[in-house]
Design a protein around this ligand. Structure first.
Ligand code: URA
Length: 431
């Protein structure tokens, strides 16, 4: 086979065979195919798309470029949850321990911040001592022992994706339904799961800005997971405004802990419970959504969720009781009265990165103490002079920067229509 023939075939809008896909991926991983040819194929896929069978073949090949975890015989189903990433999304910190409390095993392999969205690993590293570099053996041992672990990926998991993703990032070929589906799913399938829950975010604070695109991605991943024998369900959730009040690493851990203690903001609690209930249904340990939500709610109220989280933190070398420094607060005050009509999640995500809470360049160090607390939400009435947000940064932000952030909270005379937090449930059977 020749790389140029395969690239030209896709360029002309034809489907690739599974043999062509397998050959191309293997030759790319071994170094036989150079980056520039993979970049050309990636762009052709971005523009022409792929059929379901091609996506299946691609995902399988990427999965088989590395290890798939095999687990000891155990009655507890294996489950993970993946989010496509949104501003203020700390749901994984709440969900992993809650699901572990329900006799599920949760081997969560997570990522770092990407663009304006924070990363679960960066958040957890705000806990002094917390290790996110478990080996696969350590991950499996911990999951068997306490039910959950959250760690970074290993070079043994889908190496084809690790190499390819870096290239896609610098060749404007990340936004492709086929490539996103195979990239996310090959890593999740490598965990050897029984069930998988996907939180596909939709809105200005994430890459899927409209519900049609979010639905297509969700359906593509659910269909692939199901074909691969993993009970996969997705929820499309609203990312028009940040999730919860806190944005930044230490403050997001604090908010997740408050939620695990039965408090926390309503949006974070509701989405965690809904995703958790969907997970219990997918794993087959509950059959009624409301009953499943109630079971999880009890775990929050009794403190069992928090206890399990603390157990996980200790197992990974961290201390939940050690101080998590939060930088000095500067207040952002409303200059007019009215109703909050919009909160631009994307601008707030970018602001946290600019403060040092995310990376502007590969290798940038993260300052876990910086962040933002949003003190209002869409639909809330505010008075002139009311507190809109607190900015945590030891170097006080410039006035112009604060003004720009204030404009990201739109205040007007009319009450906005509120979109639901959970927009759609996507299952293999379509309901
Ligand atoms: N996250 C991934 O892991 N892969 C993608 O392609 C996009 C988001």
């Amino acid at each position: 086979m020749h790389a140029t023939e395969i690239i030209a075939k896709k360029r002309d809008g034809k489907s690739l065979t599974k043999e062509e896909i397998a050959w191309f991926i293997r030759a790319y991983v071994s170094g036989e195919i150079p980056d520039y040819q993979m970049a050309a194929l990636s762009m052709a896929i971005c523009i022409r798309g792929m059929h379901e069978e091609e996506i299946y073949a691609l995902s399988l090949e990427m999965l088989e470029s590395g290890t798939t975890l095999s687990w000891p015989e155990d009655d507890r189903p294996l489950i993970d949850k993946h989010s496509t990433g949104g501003v203020g999304d700390k749901v994984s910190l709440v969900l992993a321990p809650l699901l572990a409390c329900c006799e599920l095993r949760v081997p969560m392999i997570s990522g770092r911040g990407l663009g304006i969205t924070g990363g679960t690993l960066d958040k957890l590293e705000a806990i002094p001592g917390f290790r996110t570099d478990l080996t696969l053996e350590q991950l499996q041992r911990q999951v068997q022992e306490i039910g959950c672990a959250i760690t970074g990926t290993s070079r043994q998991i889908a190496p084809a994706d690790q190499k390819w993703y870096t290239l896609r990032d610098v060749t404007a070929t990340v936004p492709s339904l086929a490539l996103i589906t195979s990239s996310i799913m090959c890593k999740k399938l490598a965990e050897g799961l029984d069930a998988l829950i996907l939180d596909v975010k939709c809105g200005s604070g994430t890459s899927m800005q409209n519900v049609e695109d979010a639905r297509s991605l969700a359906q593509s991943m659910v269909s692939l997971g199901s074909q691969m024998g993993v009970a996969t369900r997705a929820m499309i959730t609203n990312m028009e405004q940040p999730l919860g009040r806190m944005l930044g690493n230490a403050v997001e851990v604090n908010e997740a802990v408050a939620t695990l203690e039965g408090g926390g903001p309503r949006g974070l609690r509701d989405i965690s419970l809904a995703l958790g209930a969907e997970a219990l249904l997918a794993a087959g340990v509950e059959s009624d959504f409301q009953v499943a939500e109630r079971r999880l709610e009890t775990l929050l109220e009794t403190g069992h969720g928090r206890e399990k989280f603390a157990q996980m933190v200790t197992a990974q070398g961290g201390s939940l009781d050690a101080e998590r420094k939060v930088a000095k607060a500067t207040t952002l005050i409303a200059k007019q009265a009215g109703t909050v009509t919009q909160i631009h999640a994307g601008r707030f995500g970018r602001a946290v990165v600019q403060l040092g809470g995310g990376r502007q360049e590969l290798g940038d160090l993260i300052d876990p103490s910086v962040g933002i607390e949003l003190c209002v939400e869409i639909g809330q009435e505010v008075e002139e002079g009311q507190l809109l947000a607190r900015i945590f940064a030891d170097d006080p932000p410039a006035a112009a920067w604060l003004d720009h952030l204030r404009e990201a909270i739109e205040i007007g005379p009319e009450r906005p229509t509120l979109s639901p937090l959970v927009m759609e449930h996507i299952t293999e059977t379509g309901n």
